[in-house]
Design a protein around this ligand. Structure first.
Ligand code: FES
Length: 578
């Protein structure tokens, strides 16, 4: 399929012979550009999620210049368009609240402007699904360029061997040690300057790296591009490659609807498992699939979790960092290692199939990308639990949980808010032991709102001091992909809309069985019915604005948390030009 100049969407704006076309060309010349710069070339949008308060994207302004270079060299015309930045750690109450906002922004930017194709500059957690969801709905040729992981860091403590430390994962570990009194206050302050050594996304297999890797598996990023460290010169070169390639993709009309299939989503699910990836991917992948008109459910992800072992030895499931993964061959090598689980005939942004892209790409370090017969975890990255406590499902990252809790029964200790949880967990008199099941509710998409990463509930301080580092924890929240522990997340439906989690009382018995995929509240149905009749929905926080829109329209975790009015395959509505 080869398109010609007259097929370009931007011609509607610039080639028009009437007064509107005159005005569009006039305004281009107002910026010092020439009329032929936009008349004779495809127009490429560079959607940039850079901002001064997005540390993981601090370098994306410079990278946008490299993308522009590639676009110009290939005969296109680039325009950089800023979009909501969503730096994961800074944005409150949670970036998840704004993922759909970013998706809407990207969709409307691309639709309302004279754009023929787009390069998406993103990577910090929600920016990846947010930009892609919008681009999928617009269905213009799109190429994803990952911000790239930050550089590795190392920690040297007196009398101990130096060890690799990574963003997020070690913050939680060190916090627990600090709470337990095993790290002194001055060392704690010193640790602030560690782990985050340079611009770029978290350098563990957290949500950012999981999602950018899955995008590569979906066929929407250049092969091998997503693991290149943000501060590597190769990252700048690949930015130019991305600019060059998007121009070719426009001529080839290679748009998301030609790349995203049931097979490509199966590939992404397999990759999530082989990476030991973040549980957050379950929500985002389902949202992306629904935008593409592909049916994907939690059961599909559970099947992938049973089939595909964890091969990437990366924090928090393993003990290496993204830089090591890149040196070991990155995604092409990992994909090659799980070939039997992949649909190799799916088309990608290169214009070739996934199988062609990864042919001959072997792992260069079997400690980082393990062979199938020596996995990091054979039990799989993700398991979906169901039962009377989670009729529509809940997830657990089995590879980052303690196997001793895979079959467990304990009494619940329930918290209704993070403030209550934090206060009570600090109480030395709290009635809790390591068999207790901690429960946090009202932390889901509607309840929090925005389903924040509150699901790694803190271990009560008195247990930390006794050396306890893991417990069973259950919530309708999400958990940072950089964190670890026996945390059951995304309980659906959530408590705030009357899901069974709302009916649990402290002292109730709860059991889980990861192998059997069950999560059970041991309270008889008559008692639950009485509690249900007495239950009152918590008051919704937002009387107006975007948060009100969010609470009124967000779907549940097992449905991807997209807005109900944005799901479904692209139905491009071109703006009227008058
Ligand atoms: Fe940006 Fe982790 S905080 S990727």
């Amino acid at each position: 399929m080869h398109r010609t100049l007259s097929d370009l969407r931007s011609r509607r704006w610039f080639a028009d012979a009437g007064m509107r076309g005159f005005a569009h060309r006039q305004r281009i010349q107002q910026m010092g550009l020439r009329r032929e710069d936009v008349l004779d070339r495809p127009i490429v949008a560079i959607i940039n999620t850079w901002s001064d308060l997005s540390p993981c994207h601090a370098h994306l302004r410079e990278r946008a210049e490299s993308v522009k270079r590639g676009v110009l060299l290939a005969g296109g015309m680039p325009f950089e368009l800023p979009a909501m930045s969503l730096g994961e750690v800074m944005v409150k109450p949670t970036t998840m609240l704004y993922r759909n906002f970013l998706a809407m922004e990207v969709e409307e930017l691309l639709r309302s402007l004279p754009i023929d194709g787009a390069v998406l500059l993103a990577g910090c957690d929600k920016t990846t699904p947010g930009t892609l969801m919008g681009a999928i709905s617009t269905d213009l040729p799109t190429l994803f360029f990952a911000a790239g992981p930050m550089l590795s860091d190392r920690l040297q403590r007196r009398g101990e061997p130096a060890r690799a430390i990574g963003a997020g994962t070690h913050t939680r570990m060190f916090w627990d040690e600090y709470q337990a009194g095993r790290i002194a206050p001055d060392e704690w302050v010193g640790l602030e300057a560690k782990m985050t050594r340079a611009p770029g996304t978290c350098n563990v297999m957290g949500t950012a790296s999981t999602l950018t890797s899955m995008v590569e598996a979906l066929g929407l990023a250049l092969p091998g591009s997503t693991s290149v460290p943000a501060m590597d010169a190769g990252h700048t070169r690949i930015a130019a490659d991305a600019g060059e390639r998007i121009v070719q993709m426009i001529w080839e009309d290679l748009k998301p609807s030609r790349l995203l299939t049931a097979g490509s989503f199966r590939n992404a699910a397999a990759v999530q498992m082989a990476l030991g990836g973040s549980t957050n991917a379950a929500v985002h992948l389902i949202a992306l699939a629904r935008r593409a008109g592909v049916t994907l459910t939690l059961d599909d992800l559970d099947r992938a979790g049973r089939d595909v072992p964890v091969l990437a030895n990366l924090f928090p499931s393993g003990d290496r960092l993204m830089e090591d993964f890149h040196y070991a061959g990155g995604m092409p090598a990992l994909l090659n290692r799980i070939r039997p689980h992949l649909c190799l005939g799916e088309l990608t942004v290169t214009g070739r199939t996934l199988g062609e892209n990864i042919a001959g790409r072997e792992s260069l370090d079997d400690e980082v990308i393990r062979p199938v017969d020596r996995p990091v975890s054979a039990s799989g990255a993700l398991a979906v639990l169901k039962g009377n406590l989670a009729p529509d499902g809940a997830v657990i990252k089995a590879s980052a949980a303690s196997p001793k809790y895979f079959r467990h029964r304990g009494r619940a200790l329930v918290f209704d808010s993070p403030a209550e949880m934090n206060a009570r967990c600090a109480d030395p008199e709290l009635d809790v032991d390591e068999d207790t099941v901690l429960v946090l509710r009202n932390a889901g998409p509607v309840g929090a709102p925005g389903m924040p990463e509150w699901g790694g509930l803190p271990i009560p301080k008195k247990l930390l001091q006794r050396g306890v580092r893991d417990m069973v924890r259950i919530s309708d929240a999400r958990m940072s992909g950089t964190h670890y522990g026996s945390c059951i997340l995304h309980v659906s439906p959530e408590a705030a809309i009357g899901g069974p989690l709302a009916l649990v009382e402290s002292g109730d018995e709860i059991s889980l069985d990861v192998e059997a995929r069950t999560l059970t509240l041991h309270v008889d149905e008559a008692q639950l019915a009485a509690r249900r009749a007495a239950w009152k929905a918590p008051q919704r926080q937002a009387p107006r604005g975007y948060t009100r829109l969010y609470q009124d329209h967000v779907t549940q975790a097992h449905e991807g948390c997209d807005f109900d009015f944005l799901q479904g395959p692209p139905t491009t509505t071109e703006p009227v030009i008058f």
